[in-house]
Design a protein around this ligand. Structure first.
Ligand SMILES: NC(=O)c1ccc[n+]([C@@H]2O[C@H](COP(=O)([O-])OP(=O)(O)OC[C@H]3O[C@@H](n4cnc5c(N)ncnc54)[C@H](O)[C@@H]3O)[C@@H](O)[C@H]2O)c1
Length: 379
């Protein structure tokens, strides 16, 4: 019988609640402590779930804890993941994995040198929708993928987030904030990316904060592109356009991802979530709906059954990988390649050129029913 891994969280903010709520679905994972720069935040979250509140230093020195999840803000991801690995513990980070490819490479090298597992969100592509789409593509349902589109469009963050300034500075923007879901989903479906090119602009020089809070009615400056059109050319030959914008009030692109194959078309649900209804066509026939809720981790279980949310699945898979000496599916290598694509998109736009990525990755292994049964089995 596999062991139960004792896990610490660093970062007791918004998303930490989901990790703590969902961990019991995976009996091989046990979150035992929470730390944060703010002792108050750590205490509040730890108290809510009956786990220990520690300082970051105490958590990293705790010999009972073999794995740490990094739920800090993007600007701290590299520094905190580096500290976790340096303390001899497996590390799993929220997205984005790091803010520069150099930092991402250093993390992968450190984990390899220490024989530790390193992983990163998103793990949504391990959900029912992502894995059903993967199986259908691998089974040749739409033939060879020639092209595709991805649309990530909205009017931004300043109407719901009380402190939205960081979203509009380098390290934020729609590519680094939401791109990880889309790019990881496509690497799962199509494999690694060879080149990218893009154009980018700022729709507005500043943004008026309308969310409730101390900044309401004030403006925050925009220091990073908020509308980006990119072309991703995959090693497989597929070419996919990505339109990402926080300058769009309304749009008609109801399908976040469309893939056009030699034998048909596939409409893939929003990779921000684990489930959803997938549609595909055989050549130009009517769309056939595929309910992915019966696939592992596809059933709606969140927000009154509106969405499927199995955050912690990537962590459970990473620890199963540690137990069985294999590569995790949401590995540092996949995250590094996705980061390379995102940073290169922004660089390509700034430099008006085509960039060949300096990293590559294997496609993560498909997640089978037997894998799902193992990850959810009682210990
Ligand atoms: N909130 C969401 O719905 C959501 C969803 C998916 C992914 N994420 C990702 O999760 C991460 C965290 O997001 P959030 O919404 O929870 O942010 P948040 O701002 O609510 O919380 C971040 C916490 O990290 C702490 N922190 C920052 N730097 C630290 C450091 N060096 N050491 C220890 N603690 C530190 C802060 O004090 C804060 O409590 C981000 O990378 C975000 O992109 C968030």
């Amino acid at each position: 019988m596999s062991k139960v891994h004792q896990i610490g969280l660093i970062g007791a903010g918004n998303i930490s609640e989901a990790y703590l709520k969902l961990a019991p679905l995976f009996p091989g994972t046990k979150i035992v402590a929470v730390a944060d720069l703010s002792a108050e935040a750590a205490k509040a979250r730890a108290g809510q779930f009956g786990v220990r509140a520690l300082t970051v230093d105490e958590l990293l020195k705790d010999s009972e804890i073999d794995t740490v999840i990094n739920l800090t803000i993007p600007a701290a991801h590299y520094e905190v993941s580096n500290a976790i690995l340096s303390a001899g513990k497996h590390a799993y980070s929220e997205k984005p994995f790091a803010l520069s490819v150099e930092d991402g490479k250093k993390l992968v090298a450190l984990a390899d040198a220490k024989g530790l597992k390193l992983g990163s969100a998103p793990d949504t592509f391990l959900g029912g929708a992502g894995q059903t789409a993967r199986k259908m593509l691998d089974d040749g349902k739409i033939g060879k993928v020639i092209a595709g589109t991805m649309h990530v469009l909205s009017r931004g963050m300043e109407m719901w987030h009380p402190n939205p300034g960081f979203f509009f500075q380098p390290g934020g923007g729609p590519i680094l904030d939401l791109g990880p879901y889309y790019i990881a989903a496509l690497v799962n479906l199509l494999g690694p990316i060879r080149t990218v090119t893009a154009v980018a602009t700022k729709g507005f020089e500043d943004r008026l904060v309308t969310a409730e809070g101390p900044l309401k009615g004030k403006t925050v400056p925009v220091g990073t592109p908020t509308t980006i059109n990119a072309i991703l050319h995959f090693v497989s030959g597929a070419q996919v356009t990505l339109t990402a914008s926080w300058d769009v009030w309304k749009h008609g692109h109801v399908n976040p991802i469309e893939l056009y194959g030699s034998e048909g078309t596939m409409l893939v649900p929003d990779p921000n979530f684990f489930g959803g209804t997938l549609r595909y066509s055989e050549k130009n026939g009517d769309y056939i709906e595929v309910d992915t809720s019966g696939a592992p981790f596809g059933k709606s279980n969140w927000q009154d059954g509106k969405h499927a949310n199995y955050r912690m699945l990537g962590v459970a898979d990473l620890l199963d990988a540690a137990d069985h000496g294999r590569e995790p599916r949401c590995s540092g290598r996949v995250a590094l390649h996705a980061l390379d694509a995102m940073v290169s998109i922004l660089d390509a736009a700034a430099q008006e050129k085509v960039i060949t990525l300096s990293t590559t990755t294997d496609r993560p292994a498909p997640l089978t029913q037997a894998d799902a049964d193992r990850l959810t089995a009682a210990r």
